[in-house]
Design a binder for this molecule. Sequence first.
Ligand SMILES: [Zn+2]
Length: 70
Amino acid sequence: MKLDITLFGALPFRRISKTAKRQRRTHLKKTAPTVTTCSNCGAVVAPHRACTKCGYYKGKEAIKVTKEEK
Ligand SMILES: [Zn+2]
């Protein structure tokens, strides 16, 4: 019996060794998110965004924060 190679589609030429796989993955890692503190209330906020606690950005009230969001 002869196997029809077209059934399998494209496959890697050979298995990637444990070492090659691990060496490739040395560049893959999670990084901690960048955070800053609000200049108005001191809460931890994402940079270049209005504060989610008080709504201030660059010393001015950029958005209104309602009671439910606090
Ligand atoms: Zn704030």
